[in-house]
Each structure stands twice: as structure tokens, then as C-alpha cells.
Design a protein around this ligand. Sequence first.
Ligand code: ADP
Ligand code: ZN
Length: 635
Amino acid sequence: MRAEPFSVGYFVVAILAVVFLQDFFVSSRHTEALAYSEFKSLLAAGKVSEIAITDTAISGRIAASGLDGVLPPERVAALGKLSGTEHFFTTVKVDDPGLIAGLDAAKVRYAGKIESRLFATLLSWVVPALVFFGVWAFFMKRMGAQSGLLEIGKSRAKVYMEKQTGVNFADVAGIDEAKAELMEVVDFLRTPERYRRLGGRIPKGVMLVGAPGTGKTLLAKAVAGEAGVPFLSLSGSEFVEMFVGVGAARVRDLFKQAEERAPCIIFIDELDALGKARGMAVIGGHDEREQTLNQLLVEMDGFATNKGVIIMAATNRPEILDPALLRPGRFDRHVTLDRPDRNGRMQILEVHVRGVKMAPSYDLAAIAARTPGFAGADLSNLVIESALLAARKGRDAVEMTDFDEAIDRLVAGLERKNRVMNPLEKETVAYHEAGHALVAESRRHADRVAKISIIPRGVAALGYTQQQPTEDRYLLRRAELLDRLDVLLGGRVAEELVFGDASTGAENDLQRATDLARHMVTRYGMSERLGLAAFEAPRGPVFLAGPTLPAAREYADATARAIDEEVIALLDTARARVVETLSGRRPALEALARLLLERETVDRAAIEALLGEGAAAPAREAAVDVRPTPRPAVA
Ligand code: ADP
Ligand code: ZN
């Protein structure tokens, strides 16, 4: 609803002006309000000349002189100040049967008057109605602008465009691996022609995966900043609208805008809000999301990479995303941002204290040591909070005690969010992961350990051990599978050795170990007792979401029992081997766990330094290869 020349608003103002003017005009003629008794006295004294009578009032004129004795002296004085020989008066009519006789006796000219009600009527309800209508119209206009009712698709979508993000890689600390992975994207955006000429393949979509506050938005902005290209961002939740079709129109619009500005970056925050797997029915309203998601897929497919537009998206729940989003040509490059380890936290703190006046004795390493579980955003908060505390105390520099106080406050909040492990849990996780790693390093056929971490990742994993395959494998020999079994059991066995007790932390390991052992028996013919018979067909790809029906069993009950026994036997012998390995290398286990507790993540170099090169089985090719394709980590 546009404001037109004759809109309701103007009309209301005009009415009010008329009312006001009339009021002003009427009251400019002085009218004395008299008590009825005063009127009667004046009438009796012959001072009233002419009156008009309505239902409720009597008005008319009275003489201006000779009032002494008729009215009280102060009334006479007041009237005497007015100019003219006559004054207007009005009085409230009372039920007085003698009035007409009195008027006749005084020979006053009188007339009944039909009261003009129009004005009162206008005031009493037309004006309020108009005002009400005006207010309503105003709000409708507002809402109309937001709901897209009138301008569907013409994207007022909150696409935030930044010509220059002003952020670059120097502002992003502690996540060097992620930065390195994105360097290629920066290169491409800087000189798209070069890539075009060479016909090089460049990722279209990059998915940044990480917990809230780990710097996903910051990193995407830094890529735009480094490349000097515009940054178009919006949030997945903003796509999902009330009206079917609006979100899809916004997607189309967004890509059109991006094309006009290429080279540039599109950043979609909270992709999971939009990209939840289709068919995960929510009651009502997922039609719209599905349409929007489909449109996004269509746009991504129709987008030639060489246009110079890179789509980056952030999520902290990659597991719920629609698989279609992750297919080649879409978000096929994943960059994981973990919460920083101790060293990373120190680097992030360094970035954030740059603009803060710190007392000379400050010690970022000590702060980093006290803040396990803090993500980048928490650290940035910490610096701000400490500065505020210092300011409140009237200091002119931030001291360590301010940091201590701020940490205590923030930790309480993070504990509620379950992001801080207690020391015993942490120790358990450290020994568990050290167990996996040490077994892997002790086995001839296991992949070398690239990184161990005790920083919680995702929903379940409290820590992880990442192994680096040295080559792509299509065939695995029995000895290799047995080594894998050992590595999977390494965590649980280490816990038992060190603490004399087990924890729930090995659940996923045991699941995987059991699956592996079962496959060895039922599919790979690797059990001597059961021979070469394949008892289970490999499962085909799952087309339908939801639980698959268990395949009909094609063997006797006795065989089923034998299979179970063989699986248990495989696991038991594996456990015995692992117990032997870990007890034999107990000092190394202790040292590795302690290093983990201190640093939170331990990389290949530190492992080699600790265990001594070749401490493991014969080293194969260098682990750090061109494109890492890490195998799913052992948790
Ligand atoms: P996310 O998008 O992952 O939720 P943000 O990128 O919005 O997190 O991070 C919020 C803020 O936290 C950033 O603006 C920055 O100040 C700080 N921050 C997060 N990670 C880092 C980091 N690696 N280095 C420096 N600052 C960081
Ligand atoms: Zn484990």
C-alpha cells in the first residue's frame, strides 16, 4: 500500500484540522458560563435580552452593565473586564416549569433551537473510527512489506552484500589446515581467467563444518577478503518462508545477483535449516523447504564454475543434510573446523588482544591453558568481557586477574552447554585415544596415525585418532583386517589397563569391530571353522530412507550360533594381542596420553618424536600427501 496523495492519513488530518478550527472559532467569541440560578436572577432583573433553548442548554445575551446586586461582586468584576455592551452566555438547562412564565414576564424573545448534533456525532465516533482505520492501514502497510504478500519473490531476502569484507587470513587464527585448503579457492577467485584457460577443475561448493563459533563465517569472509571479491551472505533459516514459492524465488534472485557481481562468494549460513534431508517429514510446512532446496540444487547445477562464483555454506550438523547437496558438483569439498587446541587458542587470543591494552605481565599461554572447550567466539567474548571488567574497576590495562574472573564466568555457561569435560573424563579420553594410536603405530599393516585429538567433535565423539592411508586400497588381506580390529580395540583396552575399569566411550569402536569381525566370517570366508561359505550377501545401496528390513536368513540355527561364536573368538584373540602390545609399551602409552592432556592435539611429527622414528612397524611412504583423504577417524 503506497502513500498516495489522497490517502487515509491525509483525510484524517484534514478532519482534525476542521474540528480544531471550528472549536477555535467558536471559543474566540467569549461566552460566559452561568449557573442556572444566576441566569434566573438576571432574568428577573430584566438583564436578559434574547435566548435560544435547546434540549440541554440555554444560550443567549445578557446586558453588560447594571449587574451590581444581581450577581455576586466577583462575577460582576470579571464580566466588567470584558468589552462590549452585551455578553454571550450559556447555562445548563434544568427542569424548570416556571421558565416560560418567567421569560414571558420579562418579555424576552425566545426560541427553541434544534441542536446541531453533527459536530458532536463527528467527534464522538467518526473521528475515533477514522483514527483507528488510519492506524490499521499503517500496520497493514508495514506487514505487507515484510510478508511478501504484495511483492512475492522480488527479493527483499536479506542478502547482505559486502563489497569488501575487510577480513583476511591474518584475522583467522588456529585453523591453519582449513586455511590451506581454502587457498586454492582464493587463487581461483583472484584470477579466474587463468583457471578458465587451463580448464582446471575448481570446487563449486565448499561446506564448512564445525560447531558454532568456530569461525566458519569468519573464514568465509576471509576468503572473500583475501581474494578481494564481494561477499553475498544469507542465512538458511531466512530462506524458509511462510508462503510456498517465495524461498525458491529468493534462491533464483540470489544467484542472479551473484552472477552480476562475479567473481564473488555466496555464503549460506545454517545450511541445515534449508538442506535437511527431504522426506524427513515435519508436520506441515516442509513443502516450502523442499521447493527451496530443489531450487538451490537446480541453480548450483546450472552454474558453470568458470563464472567465478563460489558457494560456501556453513553447518554444524552435516549428518542431517540431504545427500543430494553433497554430490559431486555441489558441496563436494568439506572443510572441518574443530574447536581449537591449546596452541590454537593462544593464536586466536593473540588476534583478539591486538586492539586491547594489556598489562605488561600478561600471559596468553596461561589463559589458553585455562580455556579448554572454548571456541574462537568464546575466546573473543573472553577478551571483551575481561576488558569490561578491567574498565569497571577503573584500571588502565587489562590484568590477568580480570581474565581469571571472566574465565570463571564463561566456563559456567559452557559447562551448561556440555562443552567442558571434567578432568577425569578428559584423562579417560586421553588414554583411550593414546591406546588407539599406539596400537596403530605398533601394527605392520595399520595406517600411520596422522593426528590424535581429545577435543570433542560432533555429537558423540569425545576425541579421535585419525589415520592416514598411504594409498587407495581396493583389496584388504586378512592380516590387514586383523590389524584394523586391533586398532579399534586399542581404546577400550587402554582404559582397562590404566584405570582397571571400562567406560561407555568405546561404544562406537566396539560396534565397528563387531561388524568387521562378522563380515570376515560371513562374507569374506576368513574363518577356518566356517570355511568359505558366504552367509550374507553384501547389502545394496539403500534407496529408501528409513530402517531397512533385515534380509531373510539363509542358514541353519546351528550356523547362526557358530557365526556368533567365531565373531566372539575373533574379538577375544584381538583383545589378547592388544593387551600384550599395550602392556609391553606402557611407558609410551603414558607419555602419549600425557602429551595429549597437555596439548589436546598431537600431530604426526610429535608422535614420531615421542615414539622414535621407526618405533612402529616399517614406515611406508610419507604420510602427508597431496590431497588428504582421511579415513573416518577412530573415536
Ligand atoms: P561461526 O560462523 O562458526 O558460528 P563465527 O565465524 O561467526 O563463527 O565466529 C564468531 C567470532 O568468533 C568471529 O567474529 C571472531 O571474532 C571469533 N573467532 C572465531 N573463530 C576464530 C578464529 N579461528 N580466529 C579468530 N577469531 C575467531
Ligand atoms: Zn575409540
